[in-house]
Design a protein around this ligand. Structure first.
Ligand SMILES: Nc1ncnc2c1ncn2[C@@H]1O[C@H](COP(=O)(O)OP(=O)(O)OP(=O)(O)O)[C@@H](O)[C@H]1O
Length: 227
């Protein structure tokens, strides 16, 4: 089953100087259920822009984005917010943790917002694997960058969403923890048939994925560099 699909998407940013930046110049991708995909490319190639599009965080200038058979343009802002929360776990570079909530509260917040039951055994398991058990009562301000990153990963996993989108999820972690986080994501993808898309600069991380999509200058250079 195709979970994420873009059809000829283009994204043009208007800059203050009136210069246009053609961040995506016609991208077609299809990502299947259960796939673990890396998006790689040089700085400025359009990786984050593409991730924002397939996460329904921004609309393309032209072309269409379909997430779980839903064309995101058919949803209004409120519907899109709820759709994202129910179906997608995000791990983004700025973490987006709620500063007034402690670690545990941040992790279970998406579940609570949707009135879902908390699978406490599963959540505790994630907290342990991500080595956050001594920090569950701390607020984000008192955590290191790497710890905040691990909270964001735990939060994305806790509701077992169909899709997890992660922008440099191991960017602030040492190599041992990075490997553990990748192992956790892989295990979660296999166990819950989740689709995981990871943007990374690291070839080592990319090689752990099922497939590597390489993008350059807003265009896909290769869809499956591992075959
Ligand atoms: N909000 C924005 N306004 C204007 N230009 C933007 C905006 N966001 C991104 N860009 C430009 O679009 C291009 C693609 O940016 P994007 O962040 O997608 O690249 P990236 O591959 O994720 O880069 P990096 O690896 O450095 O994070 C770049 O030239 C960037 O400067």
């Amino acid at each position: 089953m195709i979970v994420l699909k873009t059809t000829d998407i283009k994204k043009t940013y208007q800059q203050e100087s009136a210069l246009e930046v053609h961040a995506l110049q016609g991208v077609d991708i299809e990502i299947m259920q259960g796939e673990f995909v890396a998006i790689v490319g040089t700085s400025g190639s359009g990786k984050t822009t593409l991730l924002n599009m397939i996460g329904g965080l921004d609309y393309p200038t032209s072309g269409s984005v379909t997430i779980l058979n839903t064309n995101i343009e058919s949803l209004n802002d409120k519907e899109l917010t709820i759709f994202r929360r129910r179906n997608i776990g995000f791990v983004f570079q700025n973490y987006n943790l709620i500063s007034t909530l402690n670690v545990y509260e941040n992790i279970v917040l998406p579940l609570q917002l949707d009135g879902k039951e908390i699978d406490t055994t599963y959540v505790e398991n994630i907290i342990q694997t991500l080595k956050l058990e001594k920090k569950i009562y701390s607020v984000p301000f008192n955590l290191s960058g790497g710890q905040q990153q691990r909270v964001a990963i735990a939060r994305a996993l806790a509701s077992k969403p169909a899709i997890i989108l992660a922008d440099e999820p191991t960017g602030n972690l040492d190599s041992k923890t990075s490997m553990e986080v990748m192992g956790l994501l892989k295990m979660s993808a296999a166990k819950y048939q989740q689709t995981i898309v990871v943007v990374t600069h690291s070839e080592e991380i990319a090689q752990l994925c099922d497939r590597i999509i390489r993008i350059e200058d807003g265009l896909v250079e290769s869809y499956d560099s591992k075959k």
